[in-house]
Design a protein around this ligand. Sequence first.
Ligand code: 4AD
Ligand code: MG
Length: 477
Amino acid sequence: MKAVKIKDILQNGSINTPCSIKGWVRTFRANRFIALNDGSTIDNLQCVIDFENIDESLLKQITTSAALHLEGSLVKSQGSEQKVELQVETISLLGASDPEQYPIQPKKHSLEFLREKAHLRIRTATFSSIMRVRSALAFAVHEFFNEEGFFYINTPIITGSDAEGAGEMFHVSTLDPKNPPLTESGDLDYKSDFFGKETNLTVSGQLEAEAYALGLGDVYTFGPTFRAENSNTTRHLAEFWMIEPEMAFYDLNDNMNLAEKFIVSVLKKVLTRCEKDLLFLDERFINEEKNKPQLERSPMGLIEKIKFVVENNFKRVSYSEAFEILRNSKPNKKKKFQFPITEWGVDLQSEHERFLVEKHFKCPVILFDYPASIKAFYMRRNDDEKTVRAMDILFPGIGEIVGGSQREERLEVLEKRIKEMGIDEKELWWYMDLRRFGSVPHSGFGLGFERLVQFTTGMNNIRDVIPFPRTPQNASF
Ligand code: 4AD
Ligand code: MG
């Protein structure tokens, strides 16, 4: 008999049919009731052993986390918790598990403890829910762009251009660190390295995506991205996944419209497709919030927060307007910000972003037209010569979730900016070519996938929404 998924049994299983399932024991009570989970759903299937001559040694091996193959028939459940249960007829032990050694007990463990057991934490209700939601979000991302007529492209992970300036990079090299070849001036001789030049792990697929947009029209990448920033925060990873659409003929307004439509679309889909997991995470979120000081508590539950984002327009505000709001705000006047808002042109810190979103506007905010001096070289300059056509989307509890812009399509303006910023133009020859041959206005943005998963699952720490997080001093597993 082919094993079926517990999710299917709970949804469509009919009484008195033979049934075969495989999964892991969550709990075993009274030598009779096994709660089996196979990862397909948050729910366990209650399996009842009702025969006398069960082998003693087999019975002893039915322990939390042991893997079993059970066959029997589905019957109406006696208990009130579930509609059906499995009346077990045969048990085979697929993989035993020593209960003394198994680190995850059927009790509440701290998230910090579970991070050290990242290979086993997926067997808990919390992590399996998070990862099912993550998977559903990823699917909804592809679905959205496919429906909008975008092409999915894969940009290189090893990159030879060091121009994006989005963060510190990880070097990729096969040179012998103990005995590296040196040039006459004593620098590393990359000519004898694998690629014959200096290479790094990519911080963004944008520049290559631009090349493809200017041929395919609308494209997106969804891939791993690497930043060697030494920032140990709850919102930064050294390896994270980014979704980067890039659209020919789009201006900044089109770009903002698409970003908002995109986020709302994937959240809506997940609300209906992950109902059970979200209900569970909602309850968890509300309990966690209770432990926070009143002022820091989220005014909404998790599902309520997601629905709020889906149902309300994002507030669009220019940097200059936001600057005035912040400058005149209570925390600024009372010197409560760690970074005071004094002069136009300062970069906004996460404390400012969160003030705008959580205290002032109380909804997602799109900030646009940032000072050129704090943004990347490729953003389109406005006529005021001071600001660029940039936009960041800020979310409650998260801060920046999206960064994007209209791109500078004018060759001379771009060349001037590259010089001003001291960027090596040689590396960007191909990028400049895009402005030489059929350049058009175009725009794009990047959404940090883990930050989206954080928002959707209500997890406070980004390390808990990716299977095996990479952060400073941590690359276990
Ligand atoms: O704002 P960023 O640096 O933008 C870019 O990289 C552009 N090239 C995107 C584009 O226009 N195609 O990064 C985009 C998003 C941020 O808003 C944030 O959500 C996420 O990527 N992000 C990180 N997520 C986790 N860990 C990190 N260290 C992150 N750095 C950025
Ligand atoms: Mg950014």
